[in-house]
Design a protein around this ligand. Structure first.
Ligand code: PAF
Length: 530
């Protein structure tokens, strides 16, 4: 592992580091006094994002940033242990460790430095209320580090959730070309979150500090037994902390993703953050948990041929969610209609057949969705070209839509789904945690279709013809009366032109993790290898 102290050395390493030039640069900024939490973070940074992807290069920085300490805070006595830091970073897989002096980081001095000011709403909650200037200091140093390092991916611990939310916001607002990844908090066996400031604690204080995660866990238990009132949950956690002899700075419950106050008059919102800060002896300690009403739901919509099903299937495995292929359900109904010799275009012929149809999905099966109709496995039969040719007509009937939407909602009541299909984010799961409108230009979809036909040994029509057909299908899909192709207002549009499947999946995982932290919904073992 290389030790870098100056910005020049850093630049040279970043530009000409040994190894695969295509390898992504992953960056883990720290203030040193590295602990097991940092070790896990660096190990995550050093792991490839996909099974076949190249190994990333990892840079760790150690810089005790004076800008983020207020008067009377612990800047002077913040633990510094360069030798141990170097050993831990190297063992965890870092390729270089950058540890600049204050003069190197802020050559013009602190007083004249350009500052980055996070949005005011993010500075009115949680730690920002008592640590004035702290997040401005973090934002300023992180922006400067990112400008120097120019990483592809920045990894931060979820433990400092407010910091993570603020850094994500800065990266988005300044349009910085990198991804931000949060990693689950690393905890000691008694639940205490790893923190450099744990070093200040005596043995007795250390035992007392474990009351912080324990008090939050009480809050979780109350949530699980149905308590939804933020004030009551906050009060319960506060009482637990005080009973444990801890001085409470705050206990606060907010909307997790944007740290907005909870609005009791609005419909149920997404994941909530229940966070606390306490003083224990010489240390100020923070911790939080994220509470969800049900396991996550991801809804993926978009025009035909945008690659929804391929991506959805892999995404489900990677996030430990169940893949719900609603298209297969519409195919099963179409198969049933054709089997009865009914005219798929005529609603009055289709509607009566729905009563005798018992559709079931084996959601746990891996790979293709297993679909049964009245006890018979029709998974193969529904892929027949006759079904393909008629499915969009059948799916356009209001009676079919209604019946299947109800069934899909029932399947979604327990969450833990990635569902793909038309109007999935608008009509079926309007409260999905992540809605994505996956699309590609008609020209790109025509190219993919041509490639697919060629691979399967079929004749390939001219690209212009394919493109015109796709554009016409989009027009029909968007203008039809029932379940038109429509992007949900709160959906993220992802245009996949020029992106490999793996890049699309990584983007979706990142979008998911902005909403559902790892600690609240851990990735399955081996999920990254799926
Ligand atoms: O989380 C930290 O250690 C620091 O706040 C950071 C992100 C390295 C900025 O100084």
């Amino acid at each position: 592992m290389q030790l870098l102290q100056t910005c020049d050395e850093l630049r040279r390493w970043c530009r000409s580091a040994p190894g695969d030039p295509a390898a992504a640069l992953h960056f883990v900024p720290t203030m040193g006094a590295l602990h097991q939490g940092h070790r896990h973070l660096i190990e995550r940074a050093a792991a490839p994002l996909s099974p076949s992807g190249p190994l990333p290069r990892v840079l760790v920085s150690v810089f005790v940033n004076p800008l983020q300490f207020g008067p009377g805070e612990d800047f002077e006595r913040y633990p510094r242990d360069p030798l141990a830091d170097g050993a831990l970073a190297a063992a965890a897989g870092a390729g270089a460790l950058f540890s600049p002096s204050v003069g190197e980081m802020f050559p013009g001095g602190e007083a004249e430095l350009t500052r980055v000011l996070p949005p005011p709403a993010l500075l009115q909650v949680l730690c920002a209320r008592s640590r004035l200037g702290h997040f401005e200091g973090v934002a300023t140093v992180v922006a400067r580090l990112l400008a120097l390092v120019q990483p592809d991916r920045l990894l931060l611990g979820e433990k400092d959730w407010q910091q993570l939310v603020i850094v994500r916001r800065i990266v988005a607002d300044l349009a910085l070309p990198l991804r931000v990844q949060g990693c689950a908090t690393w905890r000691e066996s008694d639940g205490l979150a790893a923190s450099s400031r744990n070093r200040y604690l005596s043995e007795q204080q250390r035992a007392q500090a474990a009351r912080l995660p324990a008090a939050l866990a009480q809050g979780r238990r109350a949530w699980q037994s149905g308590e939804r009132d933020p004030a009551r949950l906050e009060q319960l956690v506060r009482a637990e902390l005080e009973q444990g002899g801890l001085a409470v700075e705050y206990v606060e419950m907010l909307e997790a993703r944007r740290l907005r106050p909870l609005d009791s008059s609005a419909p149920p919102q997404g994941p909530r953050l229940l966070a606390a800060a306490i003083r224990c002896g010489p240390s100020r300690l923070i911790d939080h948990l994220v509470l969800m009403n049900r396991p996550p739901i991801v809804a993926i919509d978009g025009p035909a041929g945008a690659g929804k099903s391929t991506v959805t299937r892999v995404l489900a495995r990677r996030l430990g969610l169940i893949y719900l292929d609603t298209g297969a359900m519409y195919r099963a109904v179409t198969w049933w209609v054709l089997r009865h010799g009914a005219n798929p275009a005529v609603a009055t012929e289709v509607a009566p057949l729905l009563a005798g149809l018992e559709l079931s999905l084996d959601l746990e099966a891996s790979g293709e969705q297993q679909v049964s109709v009245n006890g018979h496995d029709v998974s193969q039969a529904i892929r027949h070209p006759d079904v393909t040719a008629q499915v969009s007509q059948v799916a356009a009937h209001a009676c079919v839509r209604e019946a299947l939407t109800q069934q899909q909602r029932a399947l979604g009541a327990r969450g833990r789904l990635v569902a793909e299909g038309r109007d999935i984010g608008t009509a079926v799961f309007p409260d999905a945690d992540l809605k994505v409108f996956l699309t590609a230009t008609a020209a790109e979809r025509a190219r993919r279709r041509a490639h697919d036909l060629e691979q399967r040994g079929f004749a390939v029509p001219p690209l212009v013809e394919l493109e015109a057909l796709i554009a016409e299908r989009d027009r029909q899909d968007s203008s039809r009366e029932v379940a038109p192709l429509l992007q949900a207002e709160d959906a993220v549009e992802l245009i996949t032109d020029g992106l490999a499947i793996e890049e699309v999946i990584t983007t979706l995982v990142d979008l998911f993790r902005e909403r559902i932290p790892e600690e609240a919904w851990p990735a399955p073992e081996g999920g990254a290898d799926a």
